[in-house]
Design a binder for this molecule. Structure first.
Ligand SMILES: CC(=O)SCCNC(=O)CCNC(=O)[C@H](O)C(C)(C)COP(=O)(O)OP(=O)(O)OC[C@H]1O[C@@H](n2cnc3c(N)ncnc32)[C@H](O)[C@@H]1OP(=O)(O)O
Ligand SMILES: CC(C)C(=O)C(=O)O
Ligand SMILES: [Mg+2]
Length: 564
């Protein structure tokens, strides 16, 4: 019989709250960020970071602008203790950064915690104990009063030991661990008792950190809990309210965002969401969410890729290619309709930058995070003409008319179906050059002379190479028509031009002009592209290259005679 049985679980009881205000709010400024990478992130790693790795990550966090960084649980292990000592002794903690350390509410651990912090300019001592019914009953085997007493004793030790180190600017932080699974009135009762020891109203800096230690409800329920807590904590105005969410249901970031709407001033989390089990809330994502709404995240994420690399180096944790904002593929479109829209949207943004960023499928400008536009459109069998045209435009300054983009895209599609994978820009250019830009042997434009009488252009064109030059002449409304006329006369055939485009190329390209043509010959068509010094040369060569594809060999030979 299957053990998969939902009846084993109980639904999370929501808070009966009728006066919620948070749904009508928006976040218009960044909360205070506190990184717990070096503690919660570290304690969840298969192989916790060594001192060198911790140093590197610490320096990364400082460089990103974090002002509050939980650097470890120094009473728990010698490496954690040594790390805290090292950053203090070596003067690595900038004056505007407060390091934070975690401890259980046990005297010997608190004493050792303060030893680790000796001499630091400012620090946050973070003491915690679980307050929810399951831990009260199963871990502590205590009732509410007993668990509150653990917190009060812990708060007292934190205060007493701080008094022994008067040279440091201390902030005290208390976490009713498992807050989100604790009865709200009890969470308020415990935090009030802690405040009675710390007396924030007399100037002691105090943070109450409300953890969703294990995420067990939808984020709206957490927001209700936070709002309720803020409304009911006596002296709320004297303390900072922090949240610390985990991601068991995949909503750690959403819960933190809604908690900020509900009144939280501060958010604890980690880079990329590393942390216990499914992780802590990901500060990078939440900060980027704000950034994408035009809110200054107050963290520097401009070198996001390097940040992700350092993160992996320090923690050994890979970054998923679809990780919000930072993953390798998160600004990449393979699918045709997305590429088409991105191409048009980027062009629109270039023309109207003052209107702000609104490129479809790209929530932000990838360049803001140091991402290259090359990554945005990548071609495989799901791609369409817009994407192929975009790649040629972006990487080779070649603009294709719509009809030609369709043809090139079909050729690229055939290649990707054959290979079953991505077609790199260089290969797209090669396909384009070989299938559309090649000049058939004997069809090189050697020379041309034009004269105009009224609306008519007369063209005398030398075709071929070396000794094999044919001299053709014809007339028409323009050079293309004149050359087609010359070819039709010379071979007694009926070529017709179906499509023709020419344009000057942008500076920096070798040729000055590009022309593209599709001609019809009976049931066949041929398309060719040519580049030239000038638009006339490009146009004539394009027609010759196309003609060379469809005029049968026997008709073509010999090509040295002149019809003019
Ligand atoms: C949600 C979180 O992330 S909390 C942080 C968790 N992080 C860590 O635990 C990492 C570092 N921890 C450690 O290295 C160790 O747990 C230590 C050094 C702190 C303590 O180690 P030990 O004393 O050997 O054991 P352990 O952690 O099992 O202690 C459990 C005891 O502490 C009590 N306890 C647990 N948490 C707390 C707390 N916050 N405050 C006071 N007592 C606590 C338990 O009730 C239990 O008591 P008992 O021995 O009377 O049954
Ligand atoms: C120590 C606390 C804040 C914690 O990490 C948690 O509850 O998840
Ligand atoms: Mg945690």
């Amino acid at each position: 019989m299957s053990g998969f049985d939902h009846r084993k679980y109980r639904p999370f009881p929501p808070l009966a709250k009728r006066d919620r205000r948070w749904p009508d709010r928006t976040i218009d400024r960044a909360p205070r960020w506190a990184s717990v990478d070096l503690r919660d992130g570290n304690q969840a790693l298969v192989q916790p970071m060594n001192v060198e790795q911790k140093l590197k990550l610490f320096e990364l966090l400082v460089s990103m602008g974090f002002k509050e960084i939980e650097v470890g649980f120094p009473a728990a292990s010698q490496p954690d203790f040594d790390f805290v000592r090292r950053i203090i002794d070596e003067g690595r903690v900038p004056d505007d950064v407060a390091i934070q350390v975690l401890t259980q509410a046990r005297e010997e651990l608190i004493a050792r915690t303060y030893e680790a912090l000796r001499g630091v300019k400012r620090a946050i001592v973070h003491v915690y104990n679980s307050t929810n019914p399951a831990q009260r009953e199963q871990v502590f085997r205590l009732d509410r009063a007993g668990v509150k007493a653990i917190a009060v004793r812990g708060a007292q030790w934190v205060k007493d030991y701080a008094a022994r180190y008067p040279g440091t600017e201390w902030t005290f932080q208390y976490s009713p661990e498992s807050f989100s699974q604790t009865e709200p009135d009890f969470a308020v009762e415990v935090c009030t008792a802690v405040n009675d020891v710390w007396r924030p109203e007399h100037g002691q800096a105090v943070i109450h950190n409300l953890p969703a230690t294990v995420e067990s409800s939808t984020p709206n329920v957490f927001a209700d809990q936070v709002e309720w807590f803020c409304d009911h904590l006596p002296g709320r105005e004297h303390v900072s309210i922090s949240v610390h969410t985990h991601n068991d249901r995949g909503c750690g970031i959403a819960a933190a965002e809604l908690a900020v709407l509900a009144g939280a001033d501060r958010v604890e989390g980690t880079l990329m969401g590393n942390g216990e089990r499914t992780g802590n809330m990901d500060i990078v994502t939440m900060a980027m969410n704000l950034y994408s709404q035009g809110v200054d995240p107050e963290l520097d994420l401009s070198a996001a890729r390097e940040m992700a690399e350092s993160y992996t180096e320090c923690t050994g944790m890979p970054v998923h290619p679809r990780h919000p904002w930072v993953g390798e593929l998160v600004y990449t479109a393979f699918s045709g309709s997305h590429q088409d829209a991105i191409r048009k949207g980027m062009a629109h943004y270039r023309e109207h930058p003052a209107a702000g960023w609104s490129v479809p499928y790209l929530p932000i400008d990838p360049a803001d995070l140091g991402r290259r536009y090359e990554e945005v459109v990548r071609i495989n069998s799901q791609s369409g003409k817009g994407g192929v045209a975009h790649v040629l435009e972006r990487d080779y300054a070649i603009s294709l008319p719509r009809w030609l983009a369709q043809e090139v895209s079909r050729a690229v599609q055939a290649e990707s179906e054959r290979s079953g994978g991505e077609v790199a820009p260089a290969r797209i250019h090669e396909i384009f050059s070989q299938q559309f830009g090649a000049t058939p042997a004997g069809w090189e434009l050697d020379s041309y002379a034009l004269s105009r009488a009224g609306n008519e252009v007369k063209a005398a064109v030398g075709v071929g190479a070396g000794q094999q030059i044919a001299h053709l002449s014809g007339q028409g409304h323009g050079v293309v028509e004149a050359l087609v006329d010359a070819l039709n006369q010379r071979y007694g055939i009926g070529l017709a031009v179906e499509q023709f485009d020419q344009h000057a190329l942008s500076a920096g390209t070798e040729a000055n002009a590009m022309a593209s043509v599709r001609i019809r010959f009976g049931h066949e068509t041929a398309t060719a592209v040519a580049f030239g010094e000038d638009t006339t040369a490009a146009a004539l060569q394009a027609v010759l290259s196309a003609a060379g594809q469809v005029i049968p060999m026997q008709t073509r030979q010999p090509f040295a005679a002149s019809n003019g």
